[in-house]
Design a binder for this molecule. Structure first.
Ligand SMILES: Nc1ncnc2c1ncn2[C@@H]1O[C@H](COP(=O)(O)OP(=O)(O)OP(=O)(O)O)[C@@H](O)[C@H]1O
Ligand SMILES: [Mg+2]
Length: 272
């Protein structure tokens, strides 16, 4: 039982992008190294953050762990199980929540969650009570519970996506930007819920974000990733300790990122 919740050893993922949309002229391929020699280990019950700018490889990392993509090389283990060779076992241990979650748009949050609960084989009576509780705790207004998804705001839809991730009690929860696009109050609702779930259900949480305040407040440890490489990995306090106090001000994760990479985290993605 001493296996870490998640272990990545020298993981590499390369995408080949075809240039041009016309097949006849698409012979030249450009390779994108999305992840390059990524190693990390997440302990049980840890909230671990992956912080990086657009295109740095965060979603790729989540998709590899959730067996949606295959690594080109390296090894990924979830509670000691190899994601490639023991895919079915790993799938039972994880849930992934992403901002681009798919729903039946004409159906309400409760109908969508009931569908998911049935799919997971959950006992319906308990599942119904639990899904109402999660939605309330995430701060979804009760009148939205029965409205068609397509009539809800993007933030509300995102809360339903988060709720779906918490329907079952997975041992490893993968949250790809769970709070992106939410207003500050909603962000706090989701963050509080993530903490509570960890406490109540013994869950381990891997989340990606480009919100430094969120990473600082929520995560036990943070890996800062840039261009597919981990450039620093430590506790929020440890990371900030890497940067000197300037003008009497305590360092922020923003200043850590700037110091390590030479560019700010929220810089617009540069198209080369
Ligand atoms: N299916 C794919 N095919 C080709 N290239 C891809 C694919 N998925 C990701 N990439 C490329 O890999 C790199 C990393 O993408 P990824 O989605 O992991 O970044 P990210 O850190 O999640 O960014 P964001 O903050 O915008 O969500 C990018 O250059 C992206 O264009
Ligand atoms: Mg992403």
């Amino acid at each position: 039982m001493s296996n870490p919740a998640l272990e990545l050893v020298q993981v590499r993922k390369v995408f080949s992008k075809k240039e041009g949309s016309n097949k006849r002229f698409s012979r030249s391929k450009r390779e994108v190294v999305a992840l390059d020699g990524v190693s990390l280990s997440v302990g049980r019950r840890e909230i671990f953050g992956v912080l990086g700018p657009n295109g740095s490889g965060k979603s790729t990392l989540i998709r590899l762990v959730s067996t949606l993509l295959l690594p080109d090389s390296g090894m990924i283990r979830v509670f000691g199980h190899d994601v490639v060779r023991e895919e079915a076992t790993v799938k039972r241990m994880i849930n992934r929540v992403s901002v681009d979650a798919a729903f039946f748009k004409k159906f309400s949050p409760l109908e969508n969650l009931s569908y998911a609960a049935r799919l997971y084989g959950l006992p319906m009576r308990e599942a119904r009570a639990w899904m109402r509780e999660i939605l309330l705790r995430l701060g979804l207004p009760e009148e939205a519970f029965t409205q068609p998804m397509e009539q809800l705001s993007r933030g509300m839809q995102q809360k339903v996506a988060v709720a779906r991730g918490f329907l079952t009690s997975p041992t490893l929860l993968l949250l790809d930007e769970p709070t992106t696009g939410l207003d500050p109050h909603s962000k706090r609702d989701v963050q509080a819920f993530v903490r509570e779930i960890r406490a109540e259900h013994d869950a381990t949480i891997l989340l990606t974000t480009h919100d430094m305040e969120e990473a600082d407040r929520l995560c036990d440890r943070i890996a800062i990733i840039d261009k597919g490489k981990i450039i620093a990995l430590d506790t929020p306090v440890g990371l900030k300790g890497m940067v000197e106090r300037r003008n009497g001000r305590s360092p922020t994760l923003e200043s850590v990122f700037l110091e390590l990479t030479g560019h700010p985290l929220d810089e617009k993605e540069v198209v080369e």
